[in-house]
Write a protein that binds this ligand. Sequence first.
Ligand code: MSP
Length: 510
Amino acid sequence: MDKHYYITTPIYYPSAKPHMGHAYSSIITDVFARFKKIDGFKVYFLTGTDEHGLKIQRASEENNMNPSDFCDKISKTFKDLCKTLNLSNSDFIRTTEDRHKKSVQHLWTELEKSGDIYLSKYSGWYSVSDEAFYNDNEIETKDNYKVSKVSGSKVEWVEEESFFFRLSKWQDKLLEYYEKNPQFILPESRKNEVVSFVKSGLKDLSVSRKSFSWGIKVPSDKDHVIYVWLDALTNYISALKYPDISNDLYKKFWPADVHIIGKDILRFHAVYWPAFLLAAKIPVPKRIYGHGWILSGEEKMSKSKGNILDPIDIIDNYGLDPLRYYLIKEVSFGNDGTISKDKLEDCINSDLANNYGNFCQRVTAFAEKNCNSKIPSKINFTEVDNKILNKFSENLTNLRNYINNQKLNSYVDFIVGSLFDANKYFNDEEPWAKKNDIERLNTIIYTSLELIRKISIMLYPIIPDSSLKSLKIFDINEKDITFDSIKDNNFLKANNKISKTDILFKKILK
Ligand code: MSP
């Protein structure tokens, strides 16, 4: 039986070109997707762009373009970024596509049928930047502007006829769901935030707008467009061809295993989305993981703050894999983090160039000279070899659990520790001093080559390109990688050819 895994990024607003925050959400998601792939799962990894609503309409007006052309243009930069970041996404959905519109309108009709939609009038605060409604107690005045206390973004007063979703009706059901599924919202601190928000009382949610037209029309009343968050969240099922729930994609992949999102959009994913789904009798996703922000200075990056860090600049200067490695290792997953050039350069020099790249080169160069560029035969593991090699099989379950519970830093810590141990092993065992004891020399080299193989496989989800370059030493290709094989201490076959590896990472002169 095939095992399936469905993981998503948020779909990005194409209001301006992508920045490091967007790259972060996508890279993180890619790491999990790639891990699950090499661990034998059929993975569906979805990303895309969220193209309706006032935010996009206004951005297109500022650029003197019609919204549709504007979205085509900016959405393409997000799609291109998938390539630049070497994402393994299965699909890229745009909410302006027909497949999505049909799905959203169907969901709307289901919500109407279940009695969860009614017509009334909205009067209250709205943030176009967040596309969110705020209660009076969530607003404060700053520099003469009304802003949301939650996000700091400006709000405006809205008064118009609107359809409402009976969110209040779902309050107890949601609390019950959180209680029964304690791992639904992670990390724990975010879950507590959501639970106390829901406990404080849910008001019905305005889910349509009448004063602008850039959106998906309410099927039963064409004067209204559907609230952009109800529209956007539906992408997670429209990509699986909802409402055709008997098709293979939907059957195999829904409910999603995890929606990776930033902490700023937790309320939409952990409150509104499950409420819509419960109302429409659709299964709820298994997990929402709210990661922290990549800060620029002390603040979240945003177009309005003008403090954007461009991922392409960093990739041009340092390369993609160093950026991916840095974001995974140096940001404590779940919390906010920063990008510092200094730390990025340290990561490259110490972890990537020295501990990993240089180790691969030293071992293969030695094997080339002393083992005729072949995997050595006649080996005899001693206690010290077994000890270092067995660590991987001993930790196999832990490592899988780290990934399944989004404990990325624990996963990376294991790799960093393994690299340290591998270098120490090679230095301590001194194969260059064993030229009179070929069996020992062969065993040290074999063990070191196995360490390269195992660690490269572990690194594959994080730095796929560099890992594949290393695995070329053994002629292992992407499609052949299995995570499970890291438990095998005798995977490499005696007398197979060893190919030399290029310099994997250039050291940065500081
Ligand atoms: N369109 C909505 C999401 C709809 S999902 C059904 C949206 N788009 S966004 O472009 O503003 O943000 C997308 C994601 O990028 C969010 O998860 C957000 O947290 C993340 N980031 C935006 N800036 C960020 C940082 N500075 N740091 C890390 N991630 C942040 O919200």
